[in-house]
Ligand binder design. Structure first.
Ligand code: ZN
Length: 609
């Protein structure tokens, strides 16, 4: 599917949750953030939709899973202290609806009102089920009536996010914490990053003034063992104190299992006074690094016509020593100047300084097409700021004209999702080797399922050279805590193989091992096809970068796609003539020439066909 650059076609190209950020300009933002830092004790939530099927699946798999973990519990019994009622462990119940449903049957016989005014001091320990080492993670504590308990003293996983966001149900526990909770029958769910199953335990503390409970987290995957290291390329924070921002960055990253986080500088007239993420220097971020997380610096270089609307676009500069100026372009966002220079100038400058340049927010922005055709971008972010847009718009159309487009992602404002990009790094994790792997397209993006993909001996980012059409063996695996439903192998935009997921213990797995007939040059990638969501309420996604195939030295080039891209650039020039203001013709020509060059370059390729 192609995206038109006209006003109608752009409706889905929203880069950020704009209404929320407009709100944030007012005192409401301050209250919202404040409430997330001081969570109310007894918040009740509306049901979040999830089919009962998930709950039934969880029951079915619980039966086999409980056999597997029975031995583990026997082993761990000494560390689970006094009066604990062991409930059930389930990895599949990850939404409120299924969860409340499950509580109903488990607790129907018990009077459930918490004892008024009394509290229990509950010490919670999260440990690796195999090594018994403490593990950072997330917990959700729910009373039998379905009300979510967000204990004071724990950082809300939903800090900075709207009150209705699913992540507000979860709190961060860095190994262990002592909490004051109402004396009630409580169900505690815990997980760590994307690689553990969910542990779920019900405890009755109605008669207890204190309790100590250890929750073993079962790890089903270790991506780092195969060299996959994950990072968030795009992150801003606002309306927090510096101390709160430090705590947020180090705690949430560790609980989520993020290994590399780029904190992004962003300039916007007036509004950026609340952008606490702008106050970090590269040196300070390096000092914040530790306990398995590296922090580094990024700059969002951008232009838009209004203060938020679409303009030339947004890119991220990573691995820079100092800011590339101007950081933002145009009167819409800076409150001054003209819609000049083009982003290409800043991109060239950043590349010269050794930066990795990532296009942000899917297709958002007019300079996306000429900059990909001009070969100045290193990677492409999708879903950094929401789940709008599609792989077709963002990646496939460029790969269909023979470009190599590494898949990348981040979260933009706050870490509202588990989204991240995994990069294959052979050496110890560092910013430079990670970015080197990203630029080479040795990546996959995900907010849940963890992927492995190869064609013969070749991996994502590789270029396979074939002398003639032939056959390559697909090896594809996916594993995830939430049901990702199916794996799909995509060849030049078409699904050529798929396999359903199946529950294994407390997680899901799928694999494809079959030959693939390569009849034309192009690209092959692995993705998941899911209608489900993860524990933070985000639709599940997962997609590897492509393996590119050349036959007799030829890469793919679809003339129809090239013509669509030319039409996009023509329309972009029309929009610029309509909306942009310039000091003189020379400025206008510099901007428009980028599009003319892109059109000429594709025109030349079309003529050769
Ligand atoms: Zn941003």
């Amino acid at each position: 599917m192609k995206v038109k650059l006209g006003s109608v076609g752009k409706l889905h190209r929203r880069p950020e949750s704009e209404p929320f950020f407009r709100l944030a300009k007012t005192a409401k933002q301050a209250m919202l953030v404040l409430s997330s830092m001081q969570p109310d004790a007894d918040r009740r939530r509306k049901s979040r939709s999830k089919p009962d099927r998930v709950f039934r699946q969880s029951l079915e798999s619980k039966i086999s899973h409980s056999i597997a973990i029975a031995r583990l519990f026997t082993m761990l019994l000494p560390v689970v202290t006094c009066g604990l009622q062991v409930g059930s462990v389930s990895a599949h119940v990850n939404t409120r609806a299924a969860y409340v449903h499950s509580l109903g049957s488990a607790t129907a016989a018990l009077p459930e009102a918490p004892l008024e005014g009394l509290s229990c001091s509950l010490t919670l320990n999260l440990v690796d089920a195999t090594t018994l080492e403490p593990m950072p993670g997330l917990v959700r504590i729910t009373a039998a009536d379905g009300s979510v308990q967000t204990p004071a003293g724990l950082l809300s996983r939903g800090t900075g996010l709207p009150p209705s966001h699913a992540s507000r149900d979860w709190s961060v526990v860095l190994g262990s914490a002592t909490l004051s909770l109402p004396r009630a029958r409580l169900t505690i769910e815990a997980l760590s990053g994307l690689e553990t199953e969910m542990t779920r335990r019900t405890v009755d503390v109605r008669e207890k003034s204190s309790m100590n409970i250890t929750l073993p987290l079962v790890r089903f995957h270790r991506a780092a063992k195969n060299g996959w290291r994950c990072g968030n390329t795009h992150l801003h924070l606002r309306s927090l104190t510096r101390e709160q921002a430090d705590q947020y960055l180090s705690s949430v990253s560790r609980a989520d299992g993020l290994e590399l986080v780029f904190v992004s500088y962003l300039s916007r007239a007036d509004d950026d006074r609340t952008y606490i993420s702008n106050t970090y220097t590269a040196h300070q971020l390096q000092r914040l690094s530790g306990d398995g997380v590296l922090f580094d610096f990024g700059e969002e270089h951008r232009h838009n016509f209004g203060s938020y609307g679409e303009g030339y676009g947004h890119v991220m500069f990573l691995n820079i020593k100092e800011l590339i100026r101007p950081v933002s372009i145009g009167p819409g966002i800076t409150g001054t100047g003209r819609d000049w220079p083009p982003m290409r100038r800043g991109i060239d400058q950043a590349r010269h300084a050794g930066a990795t340049v990532i296009w942000c927010h899917n297709t958002f922005g007019l300079e996306e097409v000429p900059n990909w055709i001009g070969g100045v971008l290193h990677a492409h972010n999708i879903f950094d700021g929401g789940n709008h847009g599609s792989y077709e718009d963002t990646f496939y159309r460029f790969m269909d004209i023979g470009l190599r487009v590494p898949f990348s992602t981040g979260t933009d404002w706050f870490i509202y999702d588990f989204s991240r990009v995994y990069v294959k790094v052979e050496e110890p994790l560092g910013v430079s080797p990670w970015l080197d792997g990203l630029e080479k397209g040795r990546t996959f993006i995900t907010n849940g399922p963890l992927l492995e993909f190869s064609l013969g001996e070749h991996h994502p980012g590789d270029v396979v050279q074939l002398a003639a059409p032939g056959q390559l063996d697909i090896s594809a695996q996916g594993v995830g805590r939430c049901d990702f439903q199916a794996l799909e192998v995509v060849y030049n935009g078409r699904v050529v193989q798929s396999a359903p997921s199946r529950p294994v213990g407390g997680h899901f797995e799928a694999e494809i091992n079959t030959p693939l007939r390569i009849s034309a040059p192009g690209w092959v990638a692995l993705r998941v096809k899911s209608k489900g969501t993860n524990e933070l309420g985000a639709p599940l996604f997962g997609h590897t970068s492509a393996i590119y195939v050349e036959i007799a030295g030829k890469s793919s080039f679809k003339p129809a796609v090239a013509r669509e891209l030319i039409a996009d650039m023509n329309e972009a020039m029309h929009t610029i003539r309509e909306k942009a203001t310039f000091a003189n013709d020379k400025q206008a020509e510099e901007i428009l020439n980028l599009y003319r060059e892109g059109i000429a370059s594709l025109g030349k390729r079309l003529k050769k066909q």
